[in-house]
Write a protein that binds this ligand. Structure first.
Ligand code: ZN
Length: 133
């Protein structure tokens, strides 16, 4: 079952040593190991120094690597200063969370989330979406 309200952690500074520190802390607290499945949000500061979410992503295979590599390999994220993350139980849940937030309209997301590899039956949870049925 897709979670309606994932537990988000953050915002934290979007630096790779901070990503490692926070994910290490999570692993220790939950007594689990990498790799984690989950979703993440990048944020940037607006004119009032408020941190606003601007991009939603997910990883079905290694959340830590995804958070660290995505913002360093694509220049469109250069304004991003912070991140949040949530850990999820399955790639289906990660897809559902990513899709739900995608439909809220984050400015750096330009296309609908891809379905998990080898899982074409999973559906976007948002009614009216072309991937909902
Ligand atoms: Zn959708």
């Amino acid at each position: 079952m897709a979670q309606n309200n994932p537990t988000w952690h953050g915002p934290f500074s979007l630096e790779n040593d901070v990503v490692n520190r926070e994910l290490d802390l999570y692993l220790k607290q939950k007594n689990v190991k990498d790799p984690l499945i989950g979703a993440y949000v990048y944020g940037e500061k607006d004119l009032n120094q408020k941190i606003s979410p601007v991009y939603i992503g997910r990883s079905d295979s290694d959340l830590r690597q995804e958070i660290k590599s995505r913002h360093t390999t694509d220049r469109k994220f250069k304004s991003c200063t912070h991140f949040w993350y949530c850990v999820l139980d399955s790639e289906e849940e990660a897809y559902a969370v990513e899709s739900k937030y995608y439909h809220m309209g984050y400015k750096l997301n330009d296309k609908h989330p891809k379905k998990p590899d080898n899982n074409d039956t999973v559906k976007c949870p948002v009614p009216g979406c072309e991937y909902h049925e």
